[in-house]
Design a protein around this ligand. Structure first.
Ligand code: DAH
Length: 362
């Protein structure tokens, strides 16, 4: 074995044995540094005879390449190990590093006011779900048990999905600019989640059974019970032989699951353009604050044949043949339901982000 090959093998062995970047650098200097033992052969070449020189030159190149490659590879490995060790020692489930004294009001950004005065991390509060989110999760869970799937649609809508397809004529007051937020291009912020009924039927054939929770927008003055930005859960069930009894059964089950077995549910005749017949849903429960009062929580009804026809026209088929299919739909006022469930007196509290309010639902 040529001494260069011996040096190369020694170097490779030492590289494999190196445990950190520092010892790797040591190996590099020892063999490939300016006066490293492999590098020295570069000088020695000049003293060699014509025949030996190309042979040694080749060996020298091979040794340099092999050692350089091994150094790079091992270096990468060592760095990887170092990183994963560092990560492995972090326990992400530990609470924040502040003392147990806990939260003492919002103190704003404390900053790193001075390096010496810096005494650890700011208190990391355990977060909790917003009451509307909690309300939403409970509702979804109940509807899931009845076989409803989740559907969604955009908040920015066109007039067709929000009104026309829902059998709402162009002179209907809901379409008024006083009631609806219009964008300059003619689109609008959806005034109800009923738009998702249309979007769902456009893309899926019956039977369908979906709920669509989401925000809706109206140009209402903000007060204790009205907000220009509120939330609904839309429901749509289309199948053969769906009846008002099915509708009443589903919503009654939902209300009792949500508010408890002492809840009474009442359906009163009403008018909506997209359902016939149409009903409003009221609940009353001794368990709830306000006790004996009936509170309106939803609108509902049997899907109007004109809605099916509008969908058929958009689809270009007769998938929702009103002779074959029937369905019910409903729209629940989520903010209202959450206000009843959690005894929240003012709808504005949902959007003010006051921690004193939010912490009560943690
Ligand atoms: N979209 C109605 C509203 O916002 C509520 C509603 C009524 C939804 C009847 C429905 C329904 O699906 O069938 O006032």
């Amino acid at each position: 074995m040529h001494p260069l090959e011996q040096l190369r093998d020694d170097a490779l062995r030492e590289i494999e044995a190196a445990r950190d970047e520092k010892s790797l650098e040591g190996v590099r200097v020892k063999y490939l540094g300016k006066s490293g033992s492999i590098s020295e052969w570069g000088e020695r070449m000049k003293t060699l005879g014509k025949e030996e020189r190309p042979v040694v030159g080749k060996l020298l190149n091979q040794a340099r390449n092999a050692v350089t490659t091994a150094l790079d590879r091992r270096g990468e490995k060592v760095r990887e190990q170092k990183e994963s060790q560092a990560v492995a020692t972090i326990d992400v489930s530990l609470p924040g590093a502040s003392g147990p004294s806990g939260y003492s009001g919002y103190s704003g950004y404390t900053g790193y006011s001075s390096l010496s005065g810096y005494s650890g991390y700011a208190a990391l509060e355990r977060g909790s779900l917003h009451p509307l989110t909690q309300m939403l999760e409970r509702s979804i869970e109940i509807f899931r048990r009845m076989g409803f799937a989740l559907a969604e649609g955009p908040d920015i809508e066109d007039e067709w999905h929000c009104f026309d397809a829902l059998n709402t004529p162009s002179d209907h007051p809901a379409r008024n600019e006083q009631d609806t937020f219009y964008l300059t291009d003619g689109r609008l912020l959806r005034t109800h989640t009923s738009t998702v009924q249309i979007r769902t039927m456009e893309s899926a054939s019956p039977p369908i059974r979906v709920i669509a929770p989401g925000a809706a927008y109206r140009r209402d003055e903000l007060d204790a019970t009205h907000s220009p930005h509120f939330h609904q859960i839309e429901g749509l069930y289309v199948d053969e032989n769906v009846s008002v009894a099915d509708l009443k059964g589903a919503l009654e089950f939902f209300m009792l699951e949500l508010f408890g077995p002492e809840t009474a549910v009442q359906f009163r005749p009403h008018y909506f353009p997209f359902t016939e017949p149409s009903l409003e849903v009221y609940v009353r429960s001794k368990a709830l604050k306000g006790g004996e009062q009936w509170i309106e929580v939803a609108g509902c009804g049997m899907v109007h044949p004109a809605v099916f026809e509008a969908v058929n026209k958009a689809r270009g088929d007769n998938a929702y043949d009103p002779e074959k299919w029937s369905g019910y739909a409903f729209g629940l006022g989520m903010d209202r339901l959450a206000m009843i469930l959690f005894e929240i007196p003012d709808i504005r509290l949902f959007s003010q982000n006051d921690l004193r309010f939010l912490k009560q639902f943690a």
